[in-house]
Design a protein around this ligand. Structure first.
Ligand SMILES: Nc1nc2c(ncn2[C@@H]2O[C@H](COP(=O)(O)OP(=O)(O)OP(=O)(O)O)[C@@H](O)[C@H]2O)c(=O)[nH]1
Ligand SMILES: [Mg+2]
Length: 380
């Protein structure tokens, strides 16, 4: 229930004299609360892949009161077909609206040209989520200086990037690796999705289906962050908790899994799917903090919610910062959805090799069963 509804409900109740006095006090307090600003999350999709990601996000978040979706590109024609609350063309002079032509140096020049415009776009945000496909000119050239600017402004950021398919060749992979190493030097929370993994995880998917595996991770993660902040839960998480988890910099692992059955082990299954997500190839046990949202129907038992969170604690260790929220949505019936973000993973020495998707190191491979594409693709 949002604040307006809460106020309406409070003011419509009938009461005796004593409770009228009490209600007046409550109204005063609520009045104070209404003057508080909701946090503002801006999600910026940079370049072609970034624009595709935020277009998928916009379909879900169009009416959000706290999430603003922004498409940013040097390519005017790509921007024209993107869907977002705002579409920003950058580097109009240096690229003439034709894109950065696979040249990250040109991408960076476009950023420099439009730096003032970008600064005024982001400066009133509480959290910025930057999304891009690394490998081309715009995403690879703009993402590192954009994250640097966010950091210099003292704002909180998170970044969500893909690494190229192996078949895209050494030049694009080289562009992506250079951009990734620049990003990893900035204090931010970084999720890396190696596109090559999408082929392995979903070999018989259409391009759209395989991309939607990655898209949906972002969509559901942002959706959950917004819900956690905005919607009161049985066990409530607020923006301070989100900030806390995002204060653990380094690599991060997002997770989404849904179960729709009454099986006794359903919650454990859901947690295991997340902790063994084969798209991401980073060991969750290395995380220092986790934010977990458990959403279920009226039939969700306390012991089941406990099992989910406990699975994270056992996997990551008891000395980790685990924050969880619990919400009951009657229309969920027997469905359970768990969305999580594990943060604070130090960058392993061999990270570059497996970010490319070429890993042969068995210590980072998972022995899990693969996630069924429909688990992630199920909409929120
Ligand atoms: N997962 C996913 N990856 C994508 C998508 N589109 C592109 N990519 C990846 O992102 C990389 C960068 O491509 P773009 O985003 O089109 O490049 P750009 O940043 O616009 O750069 P320029 O066009 O050179 O200015 C590609 O090499 C692909 O690996 C997408 O929709 N989903
Ligand atoms: Mg492009």
């Amino acid at each position: 229930m949002d604040l307006e509804n809460l106020i309406a409900q409070l003011s419509s109740s009938t009461a005796d004299q004593a409770s009228i006095v009490r209600r007046e006090n409550i109204s005063e307090e609520i009045e104070d609360l209404t003057t508080l600003k909701l946090p503002k999350i801006k999600v910026i999709g940079v370049g072609g892949a970034g624009n595709n990601f935020v277009t998928a996000l916009f379909e879900n978040m169009r009416n959000s009161r706290i999430v603003e979706v922004i498409a940013m590109n040097t390519d005017a024609s790509q921007l024209a077909i993107s869907r977002a609350h705002r579409r920003i063309l950058i580097g109009r002079t240096v690229t003439r609206g034709y894109g950065a032509g696979n040249d990250p140096v040109l991408g960076r020049k476009a950023f420099e040209e439009s730096k003032e415009k970008i600064e005024s776009l982001i400066s009133d945000s509480d959290l910025l989520i930057v999304v891009a496909g690394l490998g081309g000119g715009t995403g690879s050239g703009v993402t590192p200086p954009l994250l640097e600017l966010i950091y210099d402004l003292g704002l909180l950021s998170m970044t969500f990037v893909t690494m190229p398919f192996r078949c895209e060749g050494r030049i694009r992979i080289g562009n992506a690796l250079k951009a990734l190493s620049e990003i990893l030097q900035i204090p931010t929370v970084t999720v890396v999705i190696p596109n090559e993994r999408l082929i392995k995880v979903a070999p018989r998917q259409t391009i759209h289906g395989a991309f939607s595996l990655a898209n949906n991770l972002l969509v559901q993660l942002v959706h959950s962050l917004a819900d956690l902040i905005e919607e009161p839960g049985l066990i409530n998480v607020d923006f301070a908790d989100v900030r806390k988890v995002l204060s653990y910099k380094g690599l991060a692992i997002p997770g989404v899994a849904i179960s729709d059955n009454t099986n006794q082990k359903r919650t454990i299954d859901v947690a295991e799917k997340i902790l063994n997500n084969p798209i991401l190839e980073v060991n969750p046990a290395l995380g220092k903090a986790a934010l977990i949202e458990v959403v279920g129907g009226e039939d969700l038992m306390l012991s089941e919610a406990y099992d989910v969170v406990n699975k994270f604690t056992v996997t990551m260790g008891e000395d980790k910062e685990i924050i969880f929220g619990l919400r009951i949505l009657p229309h969920y019936k027997s469905k359970i959805r768990v969305v999580s973000l594990i943060t604070g993973i130090d960058i392993p020495d061999n990270y570059h090799s497996y970010a490319e998707g070429f890993s042969t190191d068995t210590s980072i491979e998972k022995t899990s069963t693969l996630i069924d594409a429909t688990d992630i693709a199920t909409s929120v």
